[in-house]
Design a protein around this ligand. Structure first.
Ligand code: FAD
Ligand code: FES
Length: 346
């Protein structure tokens, strides 16, 4: 029988995935277990995400979802989606995707992850709400591979009912001495032991020993991650040891009197107006040009474009190689202009 390492046929986003199981995690979140009909296995690092496409009213929309399953189970890959009020794709997925449904998807990506050769002895995971998904993949993987690490898992939720992966995490914490679960519920229903209210600096300091050698991973709302980062730095954790995953794109407001420039896409014979400070991706999408903006936070690389003329200011080049940056590639979701520009898409 072939080992996983000998199994060369890894899925690389080249074909759609099929949902084979749907697990209701909470009243507003579900896990979709996906497999590749080609039989290809999945190769990813715990903490990475895939981008998933949904065709709604004839238009394709892409969103990023962290993988919640462990790489130790490479035959399938799971994502866990929570409803966002008024959100287009999260509601569509939860309302439509059942076993048998086919979903277009892009290959695993992202550097918010753990590597087998670099597992720290002290790990602190901080998540709030559905920010728990990459932490779950890391935790499952660390425990299944029996990694020699102490995991302090801080999770914040409103109540027991909204605590995604509740039963599995409680069971894992009961079975594994190296997993310390610190649960914070703002509206506890009294069914499980937890800290009442929100995490704060003094609770963090008293619950997290050996802070100097700790590596921390954070995922939740921007304000939550800002708070936790500050408390960790105050407690002696170095900046380089603090890793953050942002699920929500920053909202870019363009001033009405902002200067206007032209955005030219010669391959499609199109020229559009772009305001100073406006994201290239917003203009390309408004023009109906074929660009995928999956994560909108500068981490997946799906919106990669090449600057043919002019200059683009970038807030992220994370998924681009140094060679791509040198060749003029930029991310449309992270790029703005201060003059006319010409781009090639893809
Ligand atoms: C790397 C990465 C990993 C992610 N992993 C997961 C995951 O594991 N599970 C998951 O459920 N989501 C995850 N997301 C978020 C996901 O990609 C979508 O943004 C989310 O499902 C909302 O999409 P939507 O189309 O429903 O909302 P949209 O129609 O895009 O947005 C509707 C409104 O909701 C706001 N909004 C968008 N996202 C959020 C949010 N997360 N919280 C609060 N308000 C929001 C928008 O600003 C907008 O006002 C991840 C995002 C990234 C970048
Ligand atoms: S949309 Fe993901 S990097 Fe731009």
């Amino acid at each position: 029988m072939n080992t996983i390492a000998e199994h060369h046929l890894f899925w690389q986003g080249d074909s759609p995935l099929t949902c084979i199981e749907r697990i209701e995690e909470t009243p507003d979140a579900a896990t979709f277990v996906l497999y590749s009909p080609s039989g290809a296995f999945f190769h990813f690092l715990p903490g990475q995400f895939i981008s998933v496409g949904a065709t709604i009213d004839g238009k394709a929309h892409w969103r990023a979802y962290s993988i919640s399953s462990s790489p130790t189970r490479p035959e399938t890959l799971s994502i866990t989606v929570r409803r966002v009020t008024g959100g287009l794709v999260s509601n569509w997925l939860l309302d439509h995707v059942r076993p048998g449904h086919e979903l277009p998807a892009l290959a695993p990506a992202g550097d918010f992850s753990l590597q087998a050769a670099d597992v720290p002895a002290n790990l602190a995971l901080f998540s709030a709400g559905c920010g728990i998904t990459p932490m779950m993949s890391m935790t499952r993987w660390l425990l299944e591979t029996r990694a020699a690490t102490d995991i302090h898992f801080f999770h914040s939720a409103r109540s027991e009912d909204e605590f995604i992966f509740r039963d599995e995490l409680l069971a894992l914490a009961a079975q594994n001495v190296n997993l310390k679960l610190h649960l914070f519920l703002t509206r506890p229903q009294g069914r499980i032991p937890c800290h009442h209210g929100r995490l704060d600096a003094s609770r963090l300091q008293s619950l997290l020993p050996d802070r100097h050698g700790t590596r921390a991973y954070l995922c939740g709302q921007e304000g939550y991650m800002d708070d936790v980062s500050g408390w960790l730095r105050d407690a002696g954790v170095s900046e380089e040891a603090i890793h953050r995953e942002n699920f929500q794109a920053a909202c870019v407001a363009v001033a009405e009197d902002a200067e206007r420039f032209s955005l030219h896409v010669p391959d499609f014979g199109r020229t559009a107006e772009i305001a100073a400070g406006e994201l290239l991706l917003d203009v390309l999408e408004r023009e109906g040009l074929p660009i995928i903006g999956a994560c909108r936070t500068g981490v997946c690389g799906s919106c990669k474009c090449k600057v043919i003329d002019g200059e683009v200011e970038s807030t992220s080049t994370v998924p681009l190689t140094p060679e791509e940056v040198a060749a003029g590639y930029v991310l449309a979701c992270s790029g703005t202009v201060k003059g006319d520009v010409a781009l090639a898409i893809g």
